[in-house]
Design a protein around this ligand. Structure first.
Ligand code: CU
Length: 176
């Protein structure tokens, strides 16, 4: 495959995924990888006046769109199941395809890093609370110099940490 033949649709702020395709003697990129179940916006940038650049036809959902003579034409596809969508010019000479893959088939590393991004903030807060609760616990334990008191202090610290965790998580769950 030539460089630039494959592109991955990128998420946008509106909960869609977006990809740009240049139309000049063919589609570039002509293979688009996108997520299933997420609306896809395709922005065609028509760059020649070949008759093949006038129309684009999609296999499923069945769509037939005329491309603006010069400049951009936006085609919005609603969320689709995993699979393949083919698109061609009016007579099938220009060809492209969209590969729709499930979120589950993403790499494990990508999934883990997404999950890590979700918990990073509350865990960071909980860790801060725990660190700040350590000095008073240490002082208590040293002052006590008594196994039962030290144990009680440790227990108290554990409870404080759990409460801190719950507090941090509930704060991060609420908007703002
Ligand atoms: Cu054609």
């Amino acid at each position: 495959m030539t460089p630039g033949a494959l592109a991955r649709a990128q998420p946008d702020a509106g909960g869609r995924q977006v990809v740009e395709i240049t139309v000049r003697g063919g589609y570039r990129p002509h293979v688009i990888r996108a997520r299933a179940g997420v609306p896809l916006r395709i922005v065609f940038q028509r760059d020649d006046d070949d008759a093949c650049s006038e129309r684009v036809v999609f296999s499923a959902p069945r769509l037939d769109r005329r491309l603006a003579p010069a400049g951009m034409t936006t085609v919005d596809l609603p969320a689709q199941p995993a699979g393949e969508i083919r698109f061609t010019c009016g007579m099938g000479r220009y060809r492209g395809r969209i590969e729709l893959v499930d979120g589950e088939s993403r790499s494990i590393v990508a999934q883990l890093s997404e999950r890590a991004a979700l918990v990073e903030k509350p865990v960071g807060r909980a860790l801060m609370l725990w660190v700040f609760s350590l000095p008073p616990v240490a002082i208590l334990a040293v002052l006590g110099l008594d196994p039962p008191i030290a144990l009680a202090a440790a227990g108290l610290a554990l409870v404080a940490w759990v409460v801190g965790c719950l507090w941090a998580f509930s704060r991060s769950a609420s908007p703002g």
